[in-house]
Design a protein around this ligand. Structure first.
Ligand code: HEC
Length: 116
C-alpha cells in the first residue's frame, strides 16, 4: 500500500517547479543573465531601459520591433553583425558586436529587450 509520507515528497518535488513555472508565465527569459550580458558588453553606454542615450532606449526598441515577423532573428543579426548606426548626435558608427555567439544567450537578451 502507498503510504502518504513516502509518496508526498516525490509529488511535491514534481509539482512545485511545475506550479512555479505556471505562476510566472510572462518571465520567459532570465532577466539577471540578460542584464549582466548587456552590462558586460557596455551596451549601457548607449542604451538604457527607459531613456534614450546615444542610442534609443530599450523601451523604444521594443515598441518598434514588437510583433514584427522574425524580430528575434533581426535583432540578433543587429547585435552580431555591425550595421552602420546613427547616434543621437548625428554621427555614424558601426554598431557594437556583442561578445557571444551563444544562440540561447542572444535569444534571452532579445526577449528581455522586447519586454522593456
Ligand atoms: C556607441 C553606441 C551604441 C552601443 C555601445 C550599442 N548600441 Fe545598440 N544601437 C545604437 C544606435 C544608435 C541604435 C539605433 C540604430 C538605428 O535605429 O539606426 C542602436 C540600436 C540597437 C538595437 C535595435 C536594432 C533594431 O533593428 O531596431 C538593438 C537591439 C541594440 N542596439 C542592441 C545593442 C546591444 C545588445 C549592445 C551591446 C552589445 C548595443 N546595442 C550597444 C547605439 C549603440
Amino acid at each position: 500500500m502507498l503510504n502518504r509520507a513516502s509518496v508526498s515528497p516525490v509529488l511535491v518535488s514534481l509539482l512545485v517547479p511545475a506550479l512555479m513555472a505556471f505562476a510566472t508565465p510572462s518571465l520567459a527569459f532570465d532577466e539577471d543573465a540578460a542584464k549582466s550580458l548587456f552590462k558586460k558588453n557596455d551596451c549601457t553606454k548607449c542604451h538604457a531601459p527607459a531613456k534614450s542615450k546615444k542610442g534609443p532606449s530599450l523601451k523604444k526598441i521594443a515598441e518598434e520591433n514588437k510583433g514584427k515577423a522574425d524580430v528575434e532573428a533581426k535583432l540578433i543579426k543587429h547585435m552580431t553583425t555591425s550595421p552602420k548606426v546613427k547616434l543621437d548626435d548625428g554621427t555614424e558608427e558601426e554598431h557594437k558586436i556583442i561578445d557571444t555567439k551563444d544562440k540561447a544567450e542572444l535569444k534571452n537578451l532579445v526577449q528581455w529587450i522586447l519586454a522593456q
